[in-house]
Design a binder for this molecule. Structure first.
Ligand code: GDP
Length: 356
């Protein structure tokens, strides 16, 4: 063997060793971070949240390491149209939770503005007073693209809060009646916050928003029309009862004046108690874990499939035709999926890939 052949091989081996060493040190750094977070270090929690949000390749290891520390927190989803007073209400509910000595986590999800690329509502000024409280951790997150609903990294962030020891976690999302199911799959209870002006449109309210509510809050009850909306909602809920074990309450509040907020809190506590008594909480958690597993597989396969389509010149022809409007997406999908050689080629590549 000539020296010219051996040298590059040594370089390759050295490079691989360097990568392995770097991976190893990253791994031990991450383990240290998790250890610190579990011991109560807020900065470590914040850094881990960032890793989850950026979909770092080490996320599966993080989730595995914290798994046995999760499943204890009670997750409260708060949703409704923008400007309804969700942040103000959550601010008051945080105060009540803190009076009871509970540790609180808040995940405020803002829709991304297509113009600024950032979160529309930005930092939650309405919760500002709680930023200085050691027992409260608030994190804002942008939905990136989808309007409303939960970003797919949200459940990882909620798990980190849970493992950190947060007992109550508020997840605030802008609900516009489109992607409400995500919050139901993640939260143990969902509050839908409406305003009196919604009274005129309540009959046509998107089914999604109506069906996910475990508690309805008619906020800004200092304005005219609140009683009318409460009565309308009660009538609708009476006609279409959600569950036999839970009568969905409708509460009028003035979050800004702290009126009715304690009543909302009592309903949340009562709901928790009932869920535990009838074993529904365990069932929900099982459903949530199952949904999360299937969702994770779907996301990973989807990401690979999209990559292959974009890399395969045969398939990009279909993509372009669909984009130009020359072929409808359903016929294109049918043709792609029925072209055996393409599918076989695809599956071969999928089999070769290593999923993170
Ligand atoms: P969000 O977008 O749903 O989170 O709404 P915010 O909590 O940011 O509140 C939007 C605006 O409504 C703010 O100016 C609040 O001060 C105001 N607001 C909140 N609750 C009430 C209320 O009960 N009555 C009135 N009149 N205004 C309120």
């Amino acid at each position: 063997m000539t020296e010219g052949f051996i040298l590059p091989r040594i370089c390759v081996i050295q490079a691989s060793c360097a990568i392995l060493t770097a991976e190893k040190s990253e791994m031990s750094e991450m383990k240290e971070l998790i250890k610190e977070m579990l011991a109560g270090n807020k900065q470590s929690l914040a850094r881990l949240i960032t890793l989850v949000e950026r979909e770092n390749p080490q996320v599966p290891e993080i989730m595995e390491a914290i798994h046995s520390h999760t499943g204890r927190a009670y997750c409260i989803g708060v949703t409704g149209p923008p400007g309804g007073g969700k942040s103000t209400l959550v601010g008051k509910l945080i105060s009540i939770s803190r009076e009871k000595g509970l540790e609180v986590g808040v995940l405020a999800v803002d829709p991304t503005s297509p113009f600024s690329g950032g979160a529309v509502l930005g930092d939650r000024v309405r919760m500002q007073q709680h930023y200085l409280d050691e027992g409260v951790f608030i994190r804002s997150m942008a939905t990136r693209g989808s309007y409303g609903g939960l970003p797919k990294t949200a459940s990882g962030v909620i798990k980190l809060f849970d493992a950190f020891g947060k007992q109550v976690i508020f997840v605030e999302t802008v609900g516009v009646g489109q992607t409400e199911l995500d919050i139901m799959e993640t939260a143990d209870i969902t509050l839908v916050v409406l305003v009196p002006e919604a009274g005129d449109t309540i009959q046509t309210m998107k089914a999604g928003l109506f069906e996910i509510g475990d508690i309805f809050v008619v906020n800004k009850a200092d304005r005219p029309g609140a009683d009318y909306l409460v009565a309308q909602l009660e009538m609708m809920l009476h006609e279409r009862p959600k569950q036999s074990w839970w009568q969905v309450p409708v509460v009028a509040t003035q979050a800004v004046n702290d009126v009715g907020t304690r009543e909302v809190y009592q309903h949340i506590e009562h709901h928790h108690q009932v869920l535990e008594e009838i074993g529904e909480l365990t069932l929900r958690r099982r459903r949530q874990r199952r949904a999360e597993l299937l969702r994770t597989i779907e996301h990973k396969i989807m990401a690979q499939v999209v990559k292959f389509i974009e890399e395969d010149s045969h398939l990009t022809i279909y993509l372009e035709k669909v984009e130009r409007g020359e072929l409808d997406p359903y016929s294109a999908a049918k043709e792609i999926l029925n072209t055996r050689t393409l599918l076989d080629n695809w599956l071969r590549q999928v089999k070769k890939s290593r999923f993170q």
